[in-house]
Design a protein around this ligand. Structure first.
Ligand code: ZN
Ligand code: FE
Length: 256
């Protein structure tokens, strides 16, 4: 049974520690900073055995060097991005077997936010970095709307029970936007209430199930009539397909 715990970094990043209940080994996902991770490892007597990286942005890789000064571990990450610390470059379909934890992840290439971005899927969880956020998605810094659409479709094919671990606490602002797009979607209104309470108690709103995302995340709902209609109104003309809808709501959110 894997256990996943967040280490907070910067203003709203989550660095995920993947462990199990049997031993003290952990894998560290997207260490943008070293110090908060090192503190947690010391405090709880945890032994890192691997670093997993989703993409090259500094808030996801900035802490790798500091961790490697203290621990010698393999660094898994996208083969298609320039991240010098990576020792295990990964492509679509590769497997990451973390023997010390007893978990196996399969690698999804999910270009859009960045061109080489990866997601890791295994043990009923998916680590989606800045590609799929809870109730939102990452900005299109490098890829095209079509690439991001295909990447989100790839994630959508995972089982609905998959726990989505993204790298930022953005759920409330994402849901505020989702409600503008779909004011009559009761699942969004309900989730806003739940997440609002969690944040008031300073608790994370991540992870969420993929099933919940499919009901509330407009970027996974570009095939829905309500989302297409709202996007078409925003664009001022009738959008023809899900890629156009995605491109439109992504731009709309950028200026929101
Ligand atoms: Zn990023
Ligand atoms: Fe980020």
């Amino acid at each position: 049974m894997i256990e996943v715990r967040p280490v907070k970094a910067f203003r709203d990043n989550y660095i995920w520690l993947i462990g199990n209940s049997e031993n003290n080994r952990v894998a560290v996902v997207d260490p943008g900073e070293a110090v908060p991770v090192l503190e947690r490892l010391y405090e709880q007597g945890l032994q890192p055995i691997a670093i997993l990286v989703t993409h090259h942005h500094q808030d996801h890789v900035g802490g790798i060097a500091g961790l490697l000064e203290n621990y010698t571990v393999p660094v898994y990450g996208p083969a298609n991005e320039d991240i010098p610390a990576i020792t295990k470059p990964l492509h679509e379909g590769d497997a990451v077997y973390l023997e010390g934890i007893g978990v196996r992840f399969s690698v999804l290439e999910v270009p859009g936010h960045t061109l080489g971005a990866l997601a890791y899927n295994g043990a009923g969880a998916a680590f989606t970095g800045d590609t799929l956020f809870t109730a939102g998605c990452g900005r299109l810094f490098e890829g095209t709307p079509e690439q991001l659409h295909d990447s989100l479709e790839k994630i959508k094919k995972l089982p609905n029970s998959t726990m989505i671990y993204c790298a930022h606490e953005y759920t409330l602002s994402n849901l505020a936007f989702a409600k503008i797009v779909e004011p009559d979607n009761p699942a969004i209104t309900y989730r806003l209430g739940v997440c609002d309470r969690l944040r008031k108690e300073d608790r994370p709103t991540v992870p969420a199930t993929l099933g919940e995302e499919k009901l509330t995340n407009p970027f996974l709902r570009t095939d829905q009539h309500s989302v297409r209609a709202a996007a078409s109104r925003h664009a001022g003309y009738a959008l023809e397909n899900a890629v156009e809808v995605l491109a439109t709501i992504r731009k709309w959110k950028d200026s929101f």
